[in-house]
Design a binder for this molecule. Structure first.
Ligand code: SF4
Length: 223
């Protein structure tokens, strides 16, 4: 749990709850210790709830992050409990479980949605066949719901090329994405030594401008 952040839910002071476990295995994951389903560093939910009660009136929002929070069977109840305390709810997800995301959408105020690659190239990043279709389904549901969101892609020269990025931007534009962010890979926390070898940047001013022109809001987060 991060008790206070101003960067994980736009415009809100928030606490972030990192949920253990993820069914995908992205090499660039900066929280690889959260991929396994269990950890010895778990914080009991009653302690999280007690902390949030002490922060009522001081924090605006609570963000459920991960790992992949929708892996957690108790997530919906946890969100309901936190909403009842008066907090706005944010979710960071890559949507490996689109049907669970659909159930949660009416309870959410903001979603940070990770898109890994063009949907037919997902397996290169996640290591899991069929992951692109899960992500596409979840993103469609999110966009249909009208919940405010930012779609973001972490890019790495060994996983993406400029054609991928343009093709992905076109796919997102066609789906109705308005707010998009590209995040350059940061080696901090990454457990894949091959990806951590410094490599020339993938983005240049021309490519960045070409991608940004497709979206109403565009953010570039440089390494
Ligand atoms: S989906 Fe997210 S949490 Fe899961 S392995 Fe990939 S980067 Fe890590």
């Amino acid at each position: 749990m991060t008790p206070l952040t101003s960067t994980d839910f736009p415009g809100c002071l928030a606490a972030v709850i990192f949920c253990q476990g993820c069914p995908w295995q992205c090499g660039y994951c900066h929280n690889p210790h959260l991929i396994a389903p269990r950890t010895e560093q778990a914080v009991a939910w009653r302690d999280v709830a007690a902390f949030l009660k002490r922060r009522q009136g001081l924090l605006d929002a609570v963000v459920f992050s991960g790992g992949e929070p929708t892996l957690q069977a108790a997530l919906e109840n946890a969100i309901r409990e936190v909403r009842a305390l008066g907090f706005r709810i944010g979710l960071h997800t890559a949507s490996p479980y689109p049907e669970r995301l659909q159930t949660l959408l009416p309870l959410l105020d903001w979603v940070g949605f990770d898109v890994k690659a063009p949907f037919d190239r997902y397996e290169t990043t996640t290591g899991v066949p069929g992951s692109g279709e899960k992500a596409r389904a979840g993103l469609s549901l999110l966009l249909e719901s009208g919940v405010t969101c930012e779609v973001r892609t972490t890019i790495h020269p060994l996983l993406h090329n400029s054609e991928d990025l343009i093709r992905l931007a076109d796919e997102l534009l066609e789906m109705g994405v308005e707010s998009y962010a590209l995040q350059e890979f940061r080696a901090q926390g990454c457990a894949d030594a091959q990806l951590c070898v410094p490599s020339p940047p993938l983005l240049n001013a021309g490519l960045s401008a070409e991608i940004s022109s497709r979206f109403k809001y565009f953010t570039l987060r440089q390494a």
